[in-house]
Design a binder for this molecule. Structure first.
Ligand SMILES: Nc1ncnc2c1ncn2[C@@H]1O[C@H](COP(=O)(O)OP(=O)(O)O)[C@@H](O)[C@H]1O
Ligand SMILES: [Mg+2]
Length: 335
């Protein structure tokens, strides 16, 4: 390729990369029931209200329920149709929701065996999601640290980890972050025998077969060349994690996000961003069977105001746009 052609190709490549960085947000966390799906639908609708074209993807393969929260009782198409090639074009499984600017790809829990798709199937999903016409795509993940949940989580350049102030939930969230780092490291070094030998040696010393402290790994890596050390640092930089504490009931619980942030920093060398807390909202809890009606009034609700603020932060992170708009100012005053 002639130099100008190369330059253009590189520029286009970088632009595609930038768009992907803005677009994809994964919503994960170790435990079921902490509010990942509620966060997905609430943030999705807030981002949509702020004028972004949003697509939610129910990536909880095996336990999908996002369509119910989005007011779709019987999905016509689901991700299963795309995965099983009944539908070739992913755009055709994107459903409208009652919320303007918010569309949804429903989950694929109808047929057993789809909960753990093969690598090639996941690649096909990722490659096609990239092509969707949307400003933002939110991936609602299943509970736990299955390969599927991890792969979706690592795929999205932006990652949300949701947890509640309960100690078990905090431990699960930290375990989830640790597992994702471990998986990223394994993936990065899988073809590098020397590095893998060091990683395996260290992991075998740990109770949970995971990396316990990045400092130990970094120290072990000092025997390797600078390239390996640089790659390890790259893994840490790549893991762009954002924390949300859900179902907060007391003042002190609001600080739980900072605790997880500090521990992830001290032990794993990560620098997660604590995006904020969401109040426990009894009205939201009792509206779960009718979330669309809750969403239409959510601007004045306890949790709705929190989600609105977090959505503003997400927009300014993804698009470097300055907020708040007047509606947000209103919300801030009404809190
Ligand atoms: N901020 C909140 N206030 C009150 N209840 C909440 C809140 N967030 C979630 N819930 C409750 O938690 C339940 C589980 O949430 P869900 O999003 O389905 O969890 P997950 O997707 O992590 O399994 C919801 O059905 C709802 O009753
Ligand atoms: Mg869920």
């Amino acid at each position: 390729m002639e130099p100008l052609g190369k330059l253009c190709a590189a520029k286009i490549g970088a632009e595609v990369e930038d768009t992907l960085k803005q677009k994809f947000w994964a919503v994960g966390g170790g435990k079921g029931g902490v509010g990942k799906s509620v966060v997905s639908i609430m943030l999705g609708s807030m981002l949509a209200r702020k004028g972004k074209k949003v697509i939610l993807v129910d990536a909880d393969l095996g336990g999908s329920n996002l369509h119910t929260l989005a007011g779709i009782r019987y999905p016509i198409y689901t991700l299963a149709d795309f995965m099983q090639r009944r539908v070739e074009n992913i755009e055709d499984v994107v459903m409208l929701t009652p919320i303007k600017n918010l569309r949804l790809i429903c989950g694929a829990d109808d047929i057993l065996g789809l909960a753990n798709p093969k690598h090639t199937q996941k690649e096909r999903i990722f490659n096609n999601l990239k092509k969707l016409d949307a400003d933002m795509i939110l991936l609602d993940l299943g509970a736990g640290t299955s390969y599927t949940a991890m792969d979706f989580f690592l795929y999205a350049p932006n990652k949300l980890v949701i947890f509640t102030p309960q100690i078990t939930s905090i431990q699960n969230a930290y375990g989830f972050i640790k597992s994702s780092l471990y998986r990223l490291i394994i993936r990065t070094f899988s073809k590098d025998g020397m590095s893998m030998a060091l990683i395996n040696e260290l992991v075998q010393q740990e109770e949970d077969g995971n990396i316990d402290s990045i400092a130990k790994l970094k120290e072990a890596f000092t025997v390797l060349d600078l390239e390996a050390q640089r790659k390890l640092d790259n893994c840490l930089e790549q893991l762009n994690i954002n924390l949300i504490v859900n179902m907060v009931r007391t003042e002190s619980e609001k600080n739980v996000g900072n605790i997880v942030k500090d521990v992830a920093n001290n032990y794993l060398g990560l620098t997660p961003d604590y995006l904020g807390y969401v109040d426990h909202d009894r009205i939201l809890e009792s509206s779960i069977n009718n979330m669309t009606s809750y969403l239409s009034k959510s601007a004045d609700s306890l949790a709705g105001a929190c989600f609105y603020d977090i959505a503003s932060k997400i927009i300014s992170k993804s698009f470097q746009e300055k907020n708040p708009d007047p509606a947000s100012a209103h919300l801030q005053m009404s809190r």
